[in-house]
Design a protein around this ligand. Structure first.
Ligand code: UD1
Length: 417
């Protein structure tokens, strides 16, 4: 298994280019199942979750006739298998995104339940309720969600609470439902709006995606998808924090600053210099970091996917910050590892009290989930000795070439087997 070794103490400088968003490409790959033809997707990030989703849609009958560089072409004419098996779904929760498209396209879906994961139970009851509202008959059998729907029918559905992939799943199913669907209390993440734009370009009739109310007029078929994936705001935020924590000067290219507003606000509060341009951001670490309180929240609030990385930044701030996680019930797995590197953190319920220290010290640490592993690499960038991060397959799930991108910025980082 690979490990990443980081030698701390190098200031980051230069330019880093952000890849396509993992959380945008996964639903788009699932959405290709709604079409019957040759789909072409550009700016696809080279990350393991994408490979997993490609395996899954191919298992369902899509043919990946060309997967090259950052372009994927998928022929979905022959999609005929409604079963998403446990071995694929269990490695990636976002696999459940095929549920809505399969029901709409084939009238049947049998998708393994994703089970628990490191950051909480993460059930899919809200997805199921939304699909049932569209008329699907859903049962749970032997660890599988089995849905049947001869013809989905438009409905008015209010999500009990905000769910990103749940909103996407139900929206995708409603695109081919008969009549009008109104969805309320929807997730407002940019990736939801992006998915709607992609579907509309293929003939869907979706309005309001990106707000909490989405209205969909059902259509009978969609043209194949041809799109370019929007930049990954979480990857961008991670490199911004890398620049800030090393007191560096980094231009983050190919990002959308308007998707990063909550993060930018907090970085500025922490004393970090930020210059926003159309498609890039310049980040300058100004020496002393100020403590900042954050509370994660669905978009446009502070993203839970940046909580761990921001906590690493706060371990070196001059004072005490309070970091409250409200989206997931168990997303402080990185705290124990940061403490092993000398961080002063006390957890009370959903809040971590972080008191800044002078210096972190390198240690062998273990990645527990995708964003937790990124936060350990960030800590390694400023630690006084080598930090060895093991289980880096978590990083590979969502960050394209993280070690290479950081070393291009001047970090002393290497990957070993
Ligand atoms: C998506 C993102 C993930 C991000 C998360 C929150 C993708 C592929 N993944 O995950 O990176 O961390 O949003 O921004 O886009 N919940 C239920 N029942 C459900 C669904 C969700 O109780 O049926 C709960 C979850 O356990 C969690 C909260 O709702 O506590 C939000 O989860 P959700 O927005 O659904 O996260 P994902 O869509 O899985």
């Amino acid at each position: 298994m690979d490990r990443i070794i980081v030698e701390g103490g190098h200031r980051l400088q230069g330019q880093v280019t952000i890849s396509g968003a993992k959380n945008a490409v996964l639903p788009v790959l699932a959405a290709t199942l709604l079409t019957a033809g040759r789909n072409e997707i550009h700016n696809v990030p080279g990350v393991r979750d994408v490979t997993t989703m490609l395996h899954l849609v191919q298992e369902l009958g899509a043919v990946g006739d060309h997967i090259k560089g950052d372009r994927v072409t998928l022929d979905t004419a022959g999609v005929n298998n409604p079963v998403a098996p446990y071995d694929l779904v269990s490695t990636m929760r976002a696999s459940c995104l095929v549920l809505g498209p399969l029901l709409a396209r084939l009238g049947e879906a049998k998708v393994s339940l994703p089970g628990g994961c490191a950051i909480g139970a993460r059930p899919i009851d809200l997805h199921i309720k939304g699909l049932e509202a569209l008329g699907a008959d859903i049962t749970l059998e032997k660890g599988y969600v089995h849905g049947i729907a001869k013809q989905l029918k438009g409905t008015h559905h209010i999500f009990d609470s905000v769910t990103v992939t749940g909103t996407m799943n139900v929206m995708m199913a409603a695109v081919l439902a008969e009549g009008e669907t109104i969805l309320e209390n929807c997730a407002r993440e940019p990736e939801v709006g992006f998915l709607a734009e992609v579907l509309n370009a293929s003939g869907a009739k979706i309005e309001g995606a990106g707000s909490d109310k989405i209205v969909i007029q059902g259509v009978t078929s969609l043209k194949p998808i041809n799109c370019r994936i929007l930049p990954d705001r979480i990857e961008a935020a991670t490199y911004m924090i890398a620049a800030a924590i090393t007191g560096g000067d980094v231009e983050v290219l190919n990002c959308n600053p308007s998707h990063l507003e909550a993060i930018n606000l907090k970085l500025r509060e922490a004393g970090v210099g930020l210059e926003e341009r159309d498609n890039s951001l310049r980040v300058q670490g100004n020496g002393e970091l100020l403590p900042v309180h954050i509370r994660t929240h669905p978009y446009p609030g502070f993203a839970t996917d940046v909580q761990a990385q921001f906590m690493t930044l706060m371990t070196l701030a001059k004072g005490r910050s309070l970091i409250t996680e409200t989206v997931f019930e168990n997303r402080f797995m990185h705290v124990a590892e940061l403490k092993r590197m000398g961080a002063d953190i006390v957890i009370e319920g959903h809040t971590a009290m972080v008191t800044g220290v002078e210096q972190l010290s390198g240690a062998p640490v273990m990645a527990t989930d995708l964003r937790a592993s990124a936060c350990l690499v960030l800590a390694g960038l400023v630690a006084d000795r080598d930090t060895v991060v093991s289980r880096v397959y978590h990083i590979d799930r969502g960050y394209q070439d993280m070690d290479k991108k950081l070393s291009q910025l001047g970090a002393a980082i290497r990957r070993v087997r």
